[in-house]
Design a protein around this ligand. Sequence first.
Ligand code: GLY
Ligand code: MN
Ligand code: MN
Length: 439
Amino acid sequence: MSQLIPVKEFAERRRKLMERMAPDSIAIVPSAPEKVRNRDVHHQFRQDSDFQYLTGFGEPDSVLVLIPGREHGESVLFCKERNPDKELWDGFLVGPEGAIERFGLDDAFPVGDIDDILPGMIEGRSRVYYPLGRDPAFDTQVMDWVKVLRSKVRSGARPPGEFVALEHMLHDLRLYKSASEIKVMAKAGEISAEAHIRAMKRAEPGAYEYQLEAELIHTFMSRGARTTAYPSIVGGGANGCILHYIENSSVLREGDLVLIDAGCELECYASDITRTFPVSGRFSEAQRQLYEVVLAAQYAAIDAVRPGNHWNHSHEAALKVLTQGLIDLGLIELSLDEALEQQAYRPFFMHRTGHWLGMDVHDVGDYKVGDAWRELEPGMVLTVEPGLYIAPDNFSVDEKWRGIGIRIEDDVVVTREGCRVLSEGVPKTIPEIESLMAG
Ligand code: GLY
Ligand code: MN
Ligand code: MN
């Protein structure tokens, strides 16, 4: 149960979704399935983000059904029944009555009865919204419910004719974060910032990357964020040039940088922070020069996050600063215009400057509307994460640059005036980092 998002907000989200649904339609939203890890051990359960967004209900084997205008309640939940014998082994179940009382659903039934009840709810509705094509087993199940109605047309049953992916409508709602969602995300950012500081303090030559990862997890867990939002990246030296390096098994060496990209998940909301710092606490001259370029690019990109600017503005701002920096340091031998035109930065910066952030680390929501980049609006949350990665085998640049990987990433919410950084609790200027590590 969400501690930070009130029950009535979930009802409000369902209402907003139903307002956008066609009249005479029904939406069916399943929970995430439990997944076997090995033999009788399951992976840690993580609720489906869409289902969580609409219910706050954390159990598997549940299905939310939205039926605008239904007399006995528009929001219906199917979930497991209470069962003292099972609960003794596997823990507390909310049950249909609890779902109504505690989660504000209008109506609820045991999920074991869904095949008997749901076809009757679909009957007479012309359109069915559901996560079409996401899970073949669920696609089949929806069609099985519809087949029940098709077999009864001679008795007057009216099966639906249209099946529409739910995601587009729902994901547009998820893109705009409410005040309480931003509160959760700010708290996640604060916890992750504290974790990064702890890991920075632990770094020293001879430590293993996974030992820094352990420090991150320690802070996440201690502060109530029981899982990471994605596998933590802790890359020392040239490992920092591998964008999704999660092996985290190498030893950290004197003179190298270490790149940590890690964020906790709190109440199903992600944070996503990257910091890069010297293993031994002091940047070398080459590291310092590249770092200052990335930091300047990040400031320029954050500065471009404000209402009225579009999604790509901050990427363009970062590209300009990164490219000019590479020219000034002699890694690119072209004019700025030529280098941007030819994308000469690509061997050193090959990803986007950010992504939407929310319940999913790479969150949902369109980046373009038609052919145009999406305009930023208050409540949208995104990351700003420029980097420079000089491959260890890039023989076209001076040796001193090779094997240096740097990324600086913060989480930023668009406000009416501009933006607010949700992850600023962890230092990122060179003097701040060096002074923290010296302490
Ligand atoms: N940690 C994944 C990303 O930064 O996009
Ligand atoms: Mn990241
Ligand atoms: Mn990111």
